[in-house]
Design a binder for this molecule. Structure first.
Ligand code: ADP
Ligand code: TRP
Length: 328
């Protein structure tokens, strides 16, 4: 059976990288045949979050983000990771056969250390919790951005170690990364990978003055509009590519390349980008506002999603406990 599963951390507001690399693909992918599980990784958020009020708000905001962007909750279960405690039981079983070396090689962990983060044990064992998330639902396809590919590959290794010792308990998952590099790694407002932790992100629902200010931060240079330029080197075009149709993009590219009187200035292109964002995401902003006014509806959707997810996770947990000799 084909089972799609992905999670997204609820620390901070979801940004355009999360949208193109993950959420939009989950929403569109829910139409594919198979089962679909999408969850808010609140246990993972605890590796960094220390404020209960903020965490609670961010979990609801993340759920609303999915709903406003059109996730079909009849087809896909949307739930909170912590509503499925079986995942924590599986995490322990998997921890007992995961080598320290595997975790020490995790890029995301190494990057955080390199940036001066003082790691807690949860941050170090983060990939094991993620492996438990994936394996709990017998997931076959895991749609994520490029930065999460290694974590899914670690899950493959962990599942293989478990199965080699105890028999075929877990299903091997495959990461599904967008083929288009522009979606697999959306740049931030400074040209680095867009990330909540780099302060270079643009919230999916940003609008008005704040949106204008954020777009204004995209670096340009002082060359005049009529000077011919290579559009490949302009970060602004990476953003435009996400929001305007390919034909229109080609037209802008050509005009920039040729220069002269018909060439747009950076301000003009930034204005077009804002219009593109408004046209693509404006309707979802309205749905978000409606959902914010109906928190009980959102909670009911999460509860129903958790019930569906838990039934699957319980069966996997039972199978794993029995295989290890803890039951039966
Ligand atoms: P962040 O780096 O902002 O903390 P997360 O780690 O919570 O983001 O990522 C959630 C999902 O969004 C993952 O599937 C991840 O691969 C994807 N993602 C995050 N940043 C980007 C980006 N800049 N481009 C494409 N996908 C991204
Ligand atoms: N680590 C992922 C991220 O930061 C979130 C996540 C947790 C996840 N568990 C998962 C993604 C399982 C896919 C599958 O984005």
């Amino acid at each position: 059976m084909t089972t799609y599963l992905s999670g997204i951390q609820s620390s901070g507001l979801q940004h355009l990288g999360n949208y193109f690399g993950a959420i939009r693909r989950h929403v569109e992918g829910a139409a594919e045949p198979g089962e679909h599980f999408y969850f808010i990784a609140d246990y993972h958020s605890l590796t960094t979050s220390r404020d209960p009020v903020t965490l609670r708000e961010q979990v609801r905001e993340t759920a609303i983000t999915y709903l406003a962007l059109g996730l079909d909750v009849e087809r896909a279960a949307l739930f909170r990771q912590s509503d499925v405690p079986e995942v924590c039981e599986l995490t322990w079983l998997l921890s007992c056969l995961t080598g320290m070396g595997l975790l020490e090689r995790a890029h995301s962990y190494k990057d955080k250390i390199a940036r001066g983060v003082k790691p807690n044990v949860g941050l170090f064992t983060y990939p094991i919790l993620m492996a438990a998330d994936i394996l709990a639902y017998d997931s076959t396809h895991v749609p994520v951005g490029k930065d999460q590919k290694q974590h899914v590959e670690m899950t493959q290794d962990i599942a293989q170690s478990f199965n080699a010792i105890y028999g075929e308990v877990f299903v091997r998952p495959e990461p599904v990364i967008p083929g288009d590099e522009r979606l697999a790694r959306v740049p931030g407002l400074d040209g680095e990978k867009m990330s909540k932790s780099y302060g270079n992100d643009l919230w999916i629902f940003e609008e008005g003055k704040k949106l204008k200010k954020a777009v204004g931060r995209i670096p340009t240079d002082s060359r005049p509009p009529d000077e011919p330029k290579d559009p490949e080197g302009l970060l602004l075009f990476d953003f435009l590519a996400l929001f305007v149709e390919p034909e229109e993009l080609d037209d802008w590219r050509q005009r920039v390349q040729v220069g002269g009187a018909g060439a747009p200035g950076y301000g003009h292109l930034k204005q077009r980008l804002i219009e593109g964002i408004d046209a693509n995401l404006g309707p979802a902003r309205e749905r978000r506002r409606e959902l914010l006014a109906h928190p009980a509806e959102v909670d009911a959707i999460l509860a129903a999603g958790a019930e569906r997810a838990r039934a699957r996770a319980r069966a996997t947990r039972d199978r794993a406990l029995e295989a290890c000799g803890l039951r039966g």
